[in-house]
Design a protein around this ligand. Sequence first.
Ligand code: TEU
Length: 551
Amino acid sequence: MSFCDKVIYQIYPKSFCDSKGTGCGDIKGVISKLDYLQYLGVDFVWLTPIFCSPQKDNGYDVADYYNIEPSYGTMEDVETMIAEADKRGIGVMFDMVFNHTSTSHEWFAKAVAGDKAYQDYYFFRNGDRVGKPPTNWVSKFGGSAWEYEPKVGKHYLHLFDKTQADLNWTNPQVRQEMAAVVNFWRGKGVKGFRFDVVNLISKGAFESDGTDGKRFYTDGPRVHRHLQELNKDSFGQDPDCVTVGEMSSTTIQHCLQYAGAGKNELSMVFSFHHLKVDYKDGNKWALKPFDFVGLKQLLFDWQIWMQEGDAWNALFWNNHDQPRAVSRFGNDEKYGKQSAKMLATVIHCLRGTPYIYQGEEIGMTNACFEGIEKYKDVESHNAYALLKEKGVGEKEILRILGERSRDNARTPMQWDGSKNAGFTAGTPWIEVCKNYKKINVKKSKKDKDSVLEHYRSLIQLRKKHKVIAEGRFVPLLDGHKRVLAYLRVLGDVSVMVVCNFFDTVEVCDMGVDMAGYKVFLSNYKKSVVHRHMALRPYESLVLMKSQDIRE
Ligand code: TEU
């Protein structure tokens, strides 16, 4: 199966829709919104983890891969959700967190109780010297990546929170367990899988270096072998199963293998380099305005190299770990609508499979909480403590979190203008963003000019026009410092996409013959097609040229 004309919608169930008034979203809530997702036009929904979990990292700390976290509902609810989604032509994708388990998982409990076989499911190691961790590796959530476990008398590895212990994939038992989990959910009718930080599963040498140790476990020595095996033993048995790997600090070279046609690993990959262009000196917690030229270069490099290598990209600006793109790369005040539509246009016309993160399709913005008590995310709290330790003032820390915290993406979905944005009848687990009366689904549905309508048009464009699904990517205006433009070409049809990333009028010489190009989609009224264009603030144009243009 080819995924080139498909669009995937990501649901963060905790913040999507609460059917019971508990303040947390649930599966029944998701079921109640399937008509909306069908109206939007998406093909798959990916749900972030709903398995039993102590929720230290909102479900990315799995305690039981075979059962549903009771606050989300029951196995029966999940079966209903899959069946109801299927009736609407929507496949359900699950999120497999296989790099680590929660320390509340029974495997970890058995390991701590002294069972050697289960100790080998994880990485228990002796300290370097008394009281010192085995290596200097740094956890992605701050601090050492090792935690001393007194009952075992050793340290265990956790690349994320200390309640997320890394699994030992060199142990064949572990690999069999993982394949069995995938097969169990395939049996329930799950049509696709996202694999969390899957390029970190193969650890190299346990050595220290002058940095944070990333190079020893990122795209590690046996990672491709492990993925090929998992593919063969589980999802690869069904050619229609969609898989996407989340790749942390990866390289294009590795992704050609992870997501290459005929490589028997995964259907596609998420990479994150384009979402670090506003990190000062590579540090997420240091602010700088985004580097547009760098962003464009990265997007184009990945397009070209993946195309040349016959590999497939997942396309995205947003997810549950990223601040809202409209607040980050657009302008969520004066040009909220225009810039949200422009960003959508960039992604949805590229070569790859577009992902929409809940709320993005209505132009939801960052939360901008005023106090640390409003933040719920473990990473944000760790960052707060580390910045405090470094002597950064409270106001500055809150400014940084306001721009960078993952909670910016985790505020409740804004369904309507009623109390709590129609998300819950109770008290939401995390505060609703203040602009919900202005930005919500109900209002967007009534407005022909809404961001939502623009997303619907983009999704349809991909389905109707093969050139967007399958065409060749050709970069345009390479040297332009404010405008991003490209062509997609298939046979005699070509689509030109031109996007202004700034709040100023930008002039560009397209450098190609514009005869025959017609406007297919724009975020302004009365767009003019000309070789020398003056693009209005955040203006985006999709132009198409063909012998035979059909709307
Ligand atoms: O994310 C992996 C990941 O790399 C991010 O957490 C990233 O390190 C972080 O946002 C840095 O700012 C995945 C999940 O998407 C995330 O929600 C989990 O917390 C993480 O894995 C651990 O399972």
